[in-house]
Each structure stands twice: as structure tokens, then as C-alpha cells.
Design a binder for this molecule. Structure first.
Ligand code: PMP
Length: 350
């Protein structure tokens, strides 16, 4: 297209999981959303924020949410930045935290938006293959002087996680900027937030889209050294997070009971689906997130995906050297899982 710049013409497009228009007709296990609705407390806070004050701009730096998150995590609010989803935070990182001729690197396979965002901003990068067990070998990120490394912990799509101790060891030797994307950490992972007080070259990102059931609200958090946070504030759009989103996220942080209940239910559902999938002949990558990365001994992942889709069940199939052997299935409600299993039985029997 002649009005696109050369980067846009060349870049590969990010392909999000399908979001069909008639979404209510589907069982949707393809984008790792939370199957449970936000609690009534959170919904009320969101509804109450839809008031006459909407004629005013929101806080330019989401100060109340920064303070609430800081208090909950024993941080100073100066260590916390709020973005329009964690995706916005990655955009800002590529825009301002690496020189145009810098070199980034990301594990492969991982969240493909990293590759897309790097390309959109003209940043060169290496894809560093995970090993055969889908684990990160941190040595691989020290073979060149990378300016920026982003890892997802737990990783998407594999669900595997790395120990925070290993991240700490890596930081002892790494001179660039390390981003640890903890979009899924609340489920069963271990956070690296504590490393922020010892290292000025780590950014930890969090999302309200998964464990807090608020993907539709678009709120993400970055935790880092104060000077990094000042950089985010300098780079961001003038009012990047709206009033309703800030109110909803604060209520979600305060609603500990609802949060714990939600995670507990998902834990049960995850164990349940893992056991049945194993019985059905799938091999499963041990996941610390709200999804499982699986492949069947006899049937191709793409065929299973297409057959399930015909039955209005969406799971995630991705093209790619490694991904196309697998399916990524989000942990749903018990009813969704049971319907999925029933359909899988009949597909595999046929
Ligand atoms: N990081 C990872 C690893 C993800 O899988 C996703 C969701 N697809 C995100 C970040 C995006 O999170 P958010 O909705 O906060 O932008």
C-alpha cells in the first residue's frame, strides 16, 4: 500500500485469536480469557464510574491505581506505571527504551506480539529457540550484547515457567534491559517483582486481562526502577487509561475474596482438563498458566482445531515451526470443559 511506510509494508501482522461476532454461540477457549465474570463488586465499581464526571479527562497517570497496586505489592507508586493493557507497555518499550540500531531478542516460541512490535518500530531482533523441553537457556541471551530481552513468565503458548532465581542470576551478567512479562503469573507462577529493588534494568509487566477477568477493560501495569517509570510517563499518550478502566482495576485489586475464589476454581478446572486430555491420548506441556499446550499422538492439531470449530468450540491453533504441532487450550468453566471433552471423544473415535 503506497501510504504505508516501508516498515509497515514489510512487517508481519499480529494475528489475534478469533473473536467471532456471535460470540455467545461459541465455547471460547482460544485467547486465555478468564471464563468467570468479574465479581459484582467490580462490576458495580465500573457502573458507578460511568457518571457525569466522564466529561472530565481522567488522571493523566492513573495515580490512584498506581498507589493501590503499590500498596498491595509493598512498592512505592513511583515504581508503578499503568498502561492501556500490557500491550501498550510493550509498544512504549520499543518506542523509547532501545536505540533504533539496537538489537533485541525474544525466546521462540513466545508471545508473537513482541516480534510484531519490534518490526513495527524498526528494531532488529533474534528469535532464540527454547530447548526441547520448552525451557529457556539464559546462556543463549548472553552470546551477544542484546540491548533488550523480553521473556514471558509463564510463557505463552507453552505455559512453562522459569524460576525467579534463574532470572536473578541472569541479571547479574546481563547489561541490557530485561522485561519479564507476567501476564499469567497470578495463576500458578512466581513473581520477579522483588528484583526491581535490586536491579535497575528489569521491567516486570502485569495484566488485568487474565486473572482479574477484565480483558475488555484494557489495563496493564509495569513495575520498575523509578527512572524507567519516569520514562514511561514521558512517552505515553496524554490520557492513556480511561476513568472507567482505572475504577474497575482498583476495585478488582481490592476484591481479594473474589480473586482467590476465581483462581481456586481455575486450579481445579485445570487439573481436571489435564487429566482427561492425558486419558484421551494427548501429551501435555506442564503449564503454570490458565491454558494447556497439547498435541495428540494420532491426530493432527490442525484437524482437531477445525473439527472443534465446526462444533462452535474455539481453541488456538497457530502456524509456526513448532506451534503447528500443538493446540493451546484455555482452561474454561467446568461446563465448557465437559462440552469440549465430549466433542473431543467423538472426533477422536471417528
Ligand atoms: N503477554 C502475554 C504473554 C499474553 O499472552 C497476552 C495476551 N494475549 C498479553 C501479554 C496481553 O495482555 P493485555 O491484555 O494486558 O494487553
Amino acid at each position: 500500500m503506497k501510504y504505508w511506510n516501508h516498515r509497515m509494508n514489510r512487517m508481519t501482522e499480529y494475528i489475534p485469536g478469533e473473536q467471532p461476532d456471535n460470540i455467545e454461540e461459541y465455547i471460547k477457549l482460544n485467547t486465555n480469557e478468564n471464563p468467570f465474570a468479574p465479581s459484582q463488586t467490580v462490576l458495580s465499581a465500573i457502573k458507578n464510574a460511568a457518571n457525569e464526571e466522564l466529561r472530565r479527562y481522567p488522571s493523566s497517570d492513573s495515580r490512584s491505581l498506581r498507589m493501590a497496586f503499590a500498596e498491595k505489592n509493598n512498592l512505592q507508586y513511583e515504581n508503578v506505571f499503568v498502561g492501556n493493557g500490557s500491550d501498550e507497555i510493550f509498544t512504549l518499550i520499543f518506542r523509547g527504551f532501545i536505540e533504533p540500531d539496537g538489537l533485541a531478542s525474544f525466546p521462540y516460541p513466545s508471545y508473537s506480539l513482541y516480534y510484531t512490535m519490534a518490526e513495527a518500530n524498526g528494531i532488529k531482533y533474534d528469535k532464540v529457540n527454547l530447548n526441547d523441553e520448552f525451557d529457556i537457556n539464559f546462556e543463549d541471551f548472553l552470546v551477544k550484547d542484546y540491548d533488550l530481552v523480553i521473556i514471558a513468565n509463564p510463557n505463552n503458548p507453552t505455559g512453562k515457567s522459569v524460576d525467579v532465581e534463574k532470572i536473578q542470576d541472569f541479571l547479574m551478567n546481563f547489561k541490557g534491559l530485561l522485561v519479564v512479562d507476567e501476564a499469567y503469573v497470578d495463576f500458578f507462577g512466581e513473581t520477579a517483582i522483588n528484583l526491581v529493588s535490586s536491579f535497575d534494568n528489569i521491567i516486570v509487566t502485569r495484566s488485568f486481562s487474565k486473572s482479574y477477568s477484565l480483558a475488555g477493560l484494557r489495563v496493564g501495569i509495569a513495575i520498575a526502577h523509578k527512572d524507567i517509570i519516569r520514562g514511561f510517563l514521558k512517552l505515553k499518550d496524554s490520557y492513556n487509561v480511561d476513568r472507567i478502566a482505572e475504577a474497575g482495576a482498583i476495585a478488582a485489586l481490592l476484591d481479594e475474596k473474589g480473586f482467590k475464589y476465581n483462581i481456586e476454581m481455575l486450579k481445579n478446572n485445570k487439573e481436571y482438563i489435564e487429566n482427561i486430555l492425558i486419558d484421551l491420548g494427548f501429551s501435555i506441556v506442564p503449564s503454570k498458566a490458565n491454558y494447556v499446550f497439547v498435541k495428540h499422538a494420532k491426530m493432527k492439531s490442525k484437524d482437531i482445531y477445525e473439527k472443534l470449530k465446526r462444533k462452535k468450540i474455539l481453541v488456538r491453533y497457530m502456524e509456526g515451526a513448532i506451534q503447528s504441532d500443538y493446540l493451546r487450550i484455555s482452561v474454561g468453566s467446568m461446563m465448557e470443559i465437559k462440552t469440549l471433552i465430549k466433542e473431543l471423544y467423538s472426533i477422536l473415535e471417528a
